[in-house]
Design a binder for this molecule. Structure first.
Ligand code: MEV
Length: 425
């Protein structure tokens, strides 16, 4: 049963924020977490409909990265403990060995116009309609063209199988260089502006006009090379570790269920950077996972091999990041995050994302093939137990330390240790 009054959606954002606090009898911490600052509430209101506040996630910085010869500190927003520490740990090992080398495609994206009942003889007319399509979309691409982007051409393909094939569905793809934008808005507008021109050329009705998030031609990648002599974990030396990493990656290349977790770990980094810079996390995730299944089986996005006396890691994926337009342009926290990165362009940000995803994976696999993942996780979990027990400020680390020492990761232990610390003052 809804607790909200019918008029809730029609109230202004400040009123909705206040009403929610009252209706749910929120504590003062809960109210402050939703954010009551009127200026920020206005920001929430222009970002989404029916806004009531914010969902503040921790924003951290993974330090120690060296990417294409430059030191980079990477802002990351995530709810998961250990992600930022793990990225920084792997980033630092890789930096000491020379750092990441990265690359990126030109920022080309496609918009799709699907038509049904297209007679085969009309496909040539569709291809010939490229100049008219270019003319129809030109006014939308003015600012992009000034920055070196714009319409790059049109492709026509018939849907070859499945129920859409029986309906004679043809897809016309408009290729657009979106420069520093993620591009969704301009691509969707271009698809809609081009649809009537395309319909006339096809003598058929369009069914859907929208971008594809697949971003197949907007990939970025990163690689590193770490000498085996620089790799060590407890009693395990570099050669053994590297061998185990290669096997772990082969497993993730062969077993789709392992690949899901392996790639999830990569996205721990990439999505956290996307959130910190107010990029579209869902678009990135959809594209990356579709790419991981591009040959019909879902596989790891990484490659590892031993080359001479070093282990080499590589990652490639479609990474449609934007640094202008969308929420990136006006969310103050996103702008601050971009400033920390030195105000990169979209392809530069995608290259940083590729390096971060690879670092995240390297850290996870290193832990998995040595002491396992839980040792590090439990240490961070202890902080949360301490916080939940009521510890604040420096008490958190002290309680957590005791929880780890005792190896007793539960609420009772945290509460008991907190009262012991307080009564010993
Ligand atoms: C946890 O968020 C991510 C890992 O499970 C990734 C992996 O298994 O490779 C540690």
């Amino acid at each position: 049963m809804s607790k909200l009054p019918r008029s809730f959606r029609k109230q202004n954002v400040r009123e909705r924020n206040r009403l929610l606090g009252e209706l749910l009898e929120l504590s003062s911490t809960e109210r402050r977490a939703l954010i009551e600052d009127p200026e920020l509430l206005d920001l929430a209101d222009v970002m989404v409909e029916s806004a009531v506040g914010f969902m503040p996630l921790p924003l951290g910085v993974a330090t120690g990265f060296r990417i294409d010869g430059r030191s980079v500190d990477i802002p990351m927003a995530t709810e998961e403990p250990s992600v930022i520490a793990a990225a920084g740990y792997a980033g630092t090992i890789i930096a000491r060995a020379g750092g990441f080398t990265t690359w990126a495609d030109e920022p080309r994206m496609s918009a799709q116009v699907f038509l049904e009942q297209v007679p085969p003889e009309r496909e040539a007319a569709l291809r010939a309609a490229e100049p008219q399509v270019a003319e129809a979309v030109a006014p939308l691409l003015d600012s992009m063209r000034r920055r070196g982007g714009g319409f790059r051409g049109l492709r026509v393909r018939r849907v070859a199988s499945g129920p859409a094939a029986r309906r004679g569905v043809v897809c016309v793809e408009l290729e657009i260089d979106v420069r520093d934008a993620m591009g969704a808005n301009v691509l969707n507008s271009a698809a809609e502006a081009a649809a009537p021109v395309i319909e006339r050329a096809a003598g058929a009705r369009s069914v859907i006009a929208i971008l594809t998030n697949a971003a197949r031609e907007r990939k970025a990648g990163a690689s590193f090379r770490v000498p085996l002599s620089r790799l060590r974990r407890g009693k395990l030396g570099g050669a053994e570790l590297a061998q185990r990493i290669v096997v772990a990656n082969e497993i993730a290349l062969s077993d789709p269920e392992r690949a899901v977790t392996h790639n999830k770990g990569i996205m721990n980094g990439i999505t956290a950077l996307a959130l910190a810079t107010a990029n579209d996390t869902r678009a990135l995730e959809a594209a990356v996972h579709a790419y991981a299944a591009r040959d019909g089986a879902y596989r790891a996005l990484t490659e590892y091999r031993i080359e001479g006396d070093a282990v080499v890691g590589e990652l490639a994926a479609p990474l449609a990041f934007g640094t202008v337009g969308g929420a990136t342009a006006f969310h103050p926290a996103a702008r601050a995050a971009l400033r920390l990165l030195g105000d990169p362009g979209a392809t530069e940000l995608a290259r940083i994302a590729a390096a971060l995803g690879l670092a995240q994976n390297f850290a996870a696999v290193l832990a998995l093939v040595s002491e396992g993942i839980q040792a590090g996780h439990m240490r961070l979990h202890a902080n949360r137990l301490a916080y939940n027990a009521g510890a604040r400020g420096e008490e958190i680390a002290r309680v957590a330390e005791r929880v780890v020492e005792l190896g007793s990761f539960n609420a009772e232990t945290a509460a008991r240790e907190l009262s012991a610390i307080r009564s010993s003052r």
